[in-house]
Design a protein around this ligand. Sequence first.
Ligand code: SF4
Ligand SMILES: [Zn+2]
Length: 225
Amino acid sequence: MQDLGYEHGKAGTRYEFKRRTFEREDIGPYIQLHMTRCILCYRCTYVANQITDGRVHGVLDRGDHAEISTYISKAIDNDFSGNMIDVCPVGALTDKTFRFKNRVWFTKPVDAHRNCDNPKCCGKVTLWLRGNDVYRVTARKDEWGEVQSYEGKTGWICNTCRFDKKKTSDWEIEGPTKINRHSVISQGHYNNLVTPQETISKVLSGRNPKLLMDIHDESGVNKRK
Ligand code: SF4
Ligand SMILES: [Zn+2]
């Protein structure tokens, strides 16, 4: 949405009134809600409906009083509540086990899976690594940024996989996740790196240009006597 706004010359706001602000709210041990960021898109409520048997989560009040209700806290008993984090487009729902531990663009995403004993969990995830440390576990996303489906079923992951399996030894790592090159995450994350062909020796008819290129040794001119 931000990109669309900028592309159409609408970077500035036309809203003149005081904005609503909210205290951050812990929704169980794993999820934090920051309503100030919420755009009331209802995506988390739809997911809560899908992962629970009865409706336990919705929007309270109307207009500028509307807010994602604290009924969401009833959904946290559900083993799949963490999936609400993955569908929130603005980061209003965040993973407390990852929050502020690292910048997402410093972490490296890899695809991984495990044999999860929860029959509803697809066990296929993206691990966000820094070195060998697993900072965050999320469901895999498709090319539109939506949670990946497998054979027509949405690939939700359970809270055990998401919050408790934070060691690389818990997972079978498949390889680097493909990231859109326009994403900030792709900075420093090079897939299919192609090394440019060496052209200087061609220009110099096969002569080895070591002397020209060697900038790593201390120059004799600068050496102290
Ligand atoms: S998904 Fe995020 S932005 Fe959308 S209603 Fe829920 S908390 Fe708000
Ligand atoms: Zn699982």
